[in-house]
Design a protein around this ligand. Structure first.
Ligand SMILES: Cc1cc2nc3c(=O)[nH]c(=O)nc-3n(C[C@H](O)[C@H](O)[C@H](O)COP(=O)(O)OP(=O)(O)OC[C@H]3O[C@@H](n4cnc5c(N)ncnc54)[C@H](O)[C@@H]3O)c2cc1C
Ligand code: FES
Ligand code: FES
Length: 487
């Protein structure tokens, strides 16, 4: 069977700084960054090619993250995103924000505050700053840092994906704080009132490799069914690293990130159903205040640049033992909806992982959605131990959900990452908690059980002994935090 694509093999263009540029020169795996630079737009830089430094950040017009009408300028890592994923899309680079004689307000603020020295990082910072400057709902003055990074008038994570070797950050943060708000007549603000560009179907082939953006979920599933070697790609924040650093070249990439069927969100009183193709920033904003454990997870997940592209489907699709959503979703009793051209099936997340980076998902299946029961009131925490506070993968992650009635633990969900070949649920510890009063003694005794869960090993992120020590102290820490009013 051949999948019909009304627009297959047609030369594609992207709008960059208001100019229509042909994507034809880009190979199926080429990054947006390499393509932009090949077009002479060398403002965006390659620092690391693995999403860590933000020198490559650019702005793209996307649906508003809060789900409202209109569009939003979102910054993301151009080094990871495949160029052809931007056919029909609108991109703005630092060159499109301002010129040396007519600086954009964020560029002017950086110059005035001494936020740029060698300048290598500056175009990426400027794009992240511009995304924050234009973010709907942002106020004119910095608010106190809020636990929910987007709840304050300023997103304290807006620059979390950008590194600078020279300035020590203070002048950059001062420039961000000083930049104020855009005028209503600003063309970038005016653009926000219009809908985002629609995704168009793409089928590009070169040198035995192929990139396809299907027009629908059914087309995506048909491709996976026809081509067992097809690899889905959503935000490319994991796959892009493999392409850049491990020279991975899947013969067929099937782009999922704009498929409407994977971008649905249902918020009910008893359940959230999150489309696998929503970005983490979208989930963070649109579910804020619904499930405390998720509110605590997102600010610790990578950087704003990564969360603006990364999806939940991609995080679970990696089946990584150190992926951060899995411990939280295990603790929350989440269920995955898997779709194939034969229909859908539901799999409890506890039954999803079968071994190191192995799952029950068949190659012809996609994660379509994640169903999460809304927990009873109680205590929630996400303890993430990583070498860098923001924008780093976990060495150990412990997710807690305790249901409490009159101070007694009536239900417990504990998910662990980084202590076994897969994310696991700490069942023995949960059993040691349920039915007991939530006090220091229970935390200590159940904490001793938690210390025995998993099979921690030593690697570059943490030693086995350190991982075991994190487990051993996690419940006493949680008790202390919960009784101190912190979590
Ligand atoms: C700098 C940096 C920091 C990071 N920090 C963190 C972190 O703090 N915590 C963390 O957990 N991860 C982190 N990551 C890893 C990555 O960002 C996440 O795993 C992210 O959620 C992947 O989502 P994606 O949409 O970009 O996936 P992609 O890269 O597009 O895909 C990843 C894998 O999932 C598959 N896939 C994608 N969508 C689906 C689907 N719907 N169904 C089935 N399979 C699918 C793909 O085939 C691929 O194998 C980080 C990555 C970088 C580069
Ligand atoms: S080049 Fe470092 S994040 Fe893209
Ligand atoms: S100014 Fe030199 S890296 Fe930032």
């Amino acid at each position: 069977m051949t999948v019909p694509f009304a627009t297959a093999d047609v030369a594609r263009t992207a709008s960059v700084n208001g100019r229509s540029l042909a994507l034809g020169s880009a190979a199926p795996h080429d990054s947006l960054l390499d393509w932009l630079r090949s077009q002479g737009l060398t403002g965006a830089k390659e620092g690391c090619a693995e999403g860590e430094c933000g020198a490559c950040a650019v702005l793209v017009a996307r649906p508003r993250a809060d789900g409202a009408e209109g569009s939003q300028w979102v910054a993301l890592n151009a080094c990871l995103a495949p160029a052809h994923a931007f056919a029909g899309q609108e991109i703005v680079t630092t060159e499109g924000l301002g010129t040396p004689t007519d600086l954009h307000p964020v560029q002017a603020a950086m110059a005035a505050d001494g936020g740029s020295q060698c300048g290598y990082c500056t175009p990426g910072f400027v794009c992240s700053m511009a995304a924050e400057y234009y973010r709907p709902g942002r106020g004119a003055t910095p608010a106190e840092a809020a636990p929910d990074a987007q709840a304050g008038e300023h997103d304290e994570h807006a620059l979390s994906g950008n590194l600078c070797r020279c300035t020590g950050y203070r002048p950059i943060l001062e420039a961000m704080a000083a930049v104020g708000s855009p005028a209503d007549a600003d063309p970038f603000v005016a653009r926000g009132a219009q809908p985002p560009p629609t995704a168009i179907a793409v089928d590009v082939q070169a040198a035995g490799q192929r990139f396809v953006r299907p027009a629908s979920l059914d087309e995506a599933l048909a491709l996976l069914s026809e081509h067992p070697d097809a690899v889905p790609v959503a935000g490319a924040t994991d796959l892009g690293v493999q392409v850049n650093l491990a020279f991975s070249r899947p013969p067929l990439l099937v782009a999922l990130d704009r498929l409407a069927e994977l971008r649905t969100l249902q918020v009910g009183d008893t359940e959230l159903v999150l489309g696998a193709g929503l970005t983490l920033t979208e989930i963070e904003q649109r579910t804020a205040g619904r499930i405390p454990l998720l509110d605590l997870l997102w600010p610790q997940f990578a950087s704003r640049l990564i969360r603006n592209a990364a999806t939940l489907g991609g995080n679970l699709g990696t089946a990584s033992p150190i992926g951060d959503s899995a411990p939280a979703l295990l603790a929350l009793d989440a269920v995955l909806v898997l779709a194939s051209s034969h229909g859908t099936r539901e799999v409890a997340l506890t039954d999803y992982f079968t071994g190191y980076r192995r799952t029950v998902r068949r190659p012809d299946e996609l994660i379509a959605a994640v169903r999460i029961p809304v927990p009873a009131p109680g205590v929630a925490a996400f303890h993430k131990i990583a070498k860098r506070r923001l924008d780093d993968i976990s060495g150990v992650a412990v997710a807690f959900r305790l249901d409490l009635v009159d101070g007694v633990v009536t239900g417990a969900g504990i998910g662990l990452g980084g202590v076994a070949a897969t994310p696991i649920r700490a069942r023995a510890t949960e059993a040691a908690l349920v039915g007991r009063p939530w006090n220091e003694r229970t935390a200590a005794e159940a904490g001793a059980v938690l210390a025995t869960e998993g099979t921690p090993m030593s690697d570059q992120r943490a030693s086995a002994a350190y991982r075991a020590a994190v487990l051993a102290t996690a419940l006493p820490r949680l008790h202390h935090e919960s009784t101190e009013g912190r979590s």
